[in-house]
Ligand binder design. Sequence first.
Ligand SMILES: Cc1cc2nc3c(=O)[nH]c(=O)nc-3n(C[C@H](O)[C@H](O)[C@H](O)COP(=O)(O)OP(=O)(O)OC[C@H]3O[C@@H](n4cnc5c(N)ncnc54)[C@H](O)[C@@H]3O)c2cc1C
Length: 392
Amino acid sequence: MSHVLIIGCGVIGAAIAYELSLSGLEVTVLDRQPPAQAATGAALGVLMGAISHKIKGNAWQMRAASIKRYETLIPELEAVIMRRIPFNRQGILMLCFQEEDLAGWEKLAAVRSAQEWQLEIWNAAQLQSRCPQLNSEKITAAIYSPQDRQVDPVALTLALVEAAKHKGVQFHFGVTATGYYLDNADQRMYLQIENAQLSEKIKDVDWLVIAAGTGSTPLQWRQESTSRDRTPIALTFAPTQQAQSTPAVEIKPVLGQAIHMRVNQPLGDPNFQPVITGDDVHIVPCLSSQPMTDYWVGATVEFSANGQVVADATQLEKVKQQAIAFCPALAQAKIIRTWSGLRPRPEGQPAPIIRHVPGFDNILLATGHYRNGVLLAPATAEKIREIVMRGE
Ligand SMILES: Cc1cc2nc3c(=O)[nH]c(=O)nc-3n(C[C@H](O)[C@H](O)[C@H](O)COP(=O)(O)OP(=O)(O)OC[C@H]3O[C@@H](n4cnc5c(N)ncnc54)[C@H](O)[C@@H]3O)c2cc1C
């Protein structure tokens, strides 16, 4: 039985750990923080499958596979952890504004129908009757995607960890992997972990999976052998060809901010609370608030300047004002909290990155999910499982 070591316990690492545990593999997960922090701790959990514009290839297949897997995954996890995971099954409603090309949406709806997915195009009157809280002269129509979903990313990740533990997966939090180096003497790759005792315990690893989000770049960077000083050495891997001295992929952070808002009563019909999205701003009902009075609103998309990315208050205010423009009742909402996180975006390559580190057959990257890591976690886990099982 192979032993797989996963670095990173965001939604991606946790989903991989759970999926591999179902195949009876020995799995260990390390994270420098507790689970579900970093990008996962900031995410809104909107799962845009059918309503995305991707229609073919890997980008669509991963979305479709993930949305389908969520339907079985959530009840499967709930049965193990014996509590509910906030999972919104009321779909996603995308608002169309004056300048929007409805012909494009009609074409997409036809494609989805052929793919056996549903997309409905509502006119302004239909929208007003289903969602009276929306009020903007500029909204001309809406696209309703009843099969798309939203999940609480932290609750999901903690559930994956708990269910994986039931299957024997070992988790070690507060443990940092500091990088690797290729030793010129024996031509083996050494991974370094800042924990001597643990390093002893997790020897004999057959597969390494880097699921470290924005922390993935340093982990792929071959260091000079002088870094041998920074032992303990945990594991060794032999390269299959000349290992690279530059990372296989650079992951750059893109900051996102969001707001938790509270109103006095549910927005619109309490029995119809889909995620509403307009101009790339989401209003996400918090299913854990009963009656439904709490909503997350977000998120900004802020690129770094000179490698630094600092939350810009004006950008968050802009997102809030956009949400108020199409849902005026939010103007009276109380702000419960605001937060930010860094999305892992691959530089110069499409997201996500799921493949071998060049030169190593048994080191895999599962990273760079940028704006869709929660959506793509189940399909990512399945792809990693397939690669590992093929190598068994
Ligand atoms: C505001 C915001 C809103 C978002 N909304 C959505 C959404 O609606 N839908 C969606 O699908 N996605 C959304 N995303 C994107 C989503 O959050 C990410 O794509 C996803 O969380 C990436 O998961 P991950 O596990 O790869 O990374 P992370 O969650 O960042 O986890 C990486 C983990 O690796 C650990 N780590 C890093 N380096 C090391 C090391 N050297 N040693 C040990 N551990 C290490 C970190 O501590 C961390 O726990 C949003 C993101 C933001 C910021």
